[in-house]
Design a protein around this ligand. Structure first.
Ligand code: ADP
Ligand code: ZN
Length: 293
């Protein structure tokens, strides 16, 4: 099988070709510019690739309700040209194949459940902590859509007592994304997160915030695994700090070994590493081809 995958991010688009085993055979990347310009490059890439289906995991918010006239649109983004842009429709005009279409983080959750850290499980939650914070939810063997799609990056958070940074979310100020995404770390400490030493207090504060969100997700969704990805989670020292915060928040109330003795194998990095996004889009394409779209 030859399946096309598009990881449509706010800063770059990654396109690739893969198969039903999850192997990525080829990939290219373009900066995200005006939609017409970016999609022209995407379409040119797939033109001679003879793909049987294409999966798109997109930055959002996006419309994923097949009954809506705006299905397949990017909805309310500040990215120039993309607000209300019929992304999926433009791709369907160019290629007569089944399409999978979902958020970038739902795609990553599906990829991890198909080939990665949640393989064989029927539920997981995937967080990306990068330029923004996003959450994908896979439950009872399906990606959760609901009213629009989960937006767990924008939950309200209890402030760390030592944190005076006001937060950068244009909608909420100090929601989770506003105080815990990469740009928040950089603005709070006046240096890029990647340049802060592993024992800097920034990481305990970061874990305080992520730990609240993950404890909330465990209480609300009862996922069988929690996967933390994105650029900020390259700081591996965050994992033990987040696990400790989660246990501190739950106080033993959730009586499952996964959140007690076995938490090291419960809150984990992506099994697919930095391929989680593209592999997830590949999994969306595979599902569309097999009629599970
Ligand atoms: P995006 O979210 O745009 O898809 P990333 O997941 O790479 O991309 O996230 C980019 C953000 O992560 C930036 O704010 C960057 O400063 C931060 N980041 C990237 N690498 C690291 C690192 N090693 N340590 C801490 N922060 C990082
Ligand atoms: Zn917000």
């Amino acid at each position: 099988m030859r399946i096309g995958a598009i990881e449509a991010g706010g800063t770059k688009f990654v396109c690739g070709i893969g198969n039903e085993q999850g192997t990525i055979e080829d990939r290219v990347s373009f900066p995200t510019e005006q939609p017409e310009k970016t999609l022209a490059q995407v379409i040119a890439y797939f033109q001679d690739k003879q793909v049987e289906a294409i999966g798109i995991g997109s930055f959002g918010p996006i419309n994923i309700d097949p009954a809506s006239p705006e299905y397949g649109h990017v909805t309310t983004t500040p990215k120039p040209g993309w607000s209300n842009y019929p992304f999926l429709g433009k791709m369907k005009e160019a290629f007569d194949v089944p399409f999978g279409w979902d958020t970038d983080v739902n795609a990553a959750a599906l990829g991890e459940a198909t080939w990665g850290a949640a393989k064989g499980l029927d539920s997981c939650v995937y967080y990306t902590i990068g330029t923004g914070v996003g959450v994908g939810v896979y439950a009872e063997g399906k990606l959760v859509h609901g009213l629009v799609h989960p937006e767990g990056g924008h939950i309200l958070t209890r402030r760390h007592p030592d944190d005076t940074y006001e937060g950068f979310c244009p909608y909420h100020g100090d929601c989770l994304e506003g105080i815990a995404a990469g740009p928040a770390i950089e603005r709070r400490w006046k240096v890029k997160g990647s340049e802060l030493p592993a024992d800097h207090p920034a990481w305990a504060m970061e874990a305080f915030y992520i730990g609240q969100a993950v404890a909330g997700a465990i209480l609300m969704l009862s996922p069988k695994r929690v996967i933390l990805g994105g650029g900020v989670m390259h700081q591996m020292q965050l994992f033990p700090l987040v696990r400790a915060e989660v246990q501190n928040n739950l106080r033993g109330y959730v009586s499952a070994s996964a959140v007690l003795a076995d938490i090291d194998t419960y809150i984990v990095p992506p099994g697919l590493g930095d391929n989680a996004g593209l592999s997830g889009s590949l999994a969306l394409g595979l599902n569309a081809l097999q009629g599970r779209g």
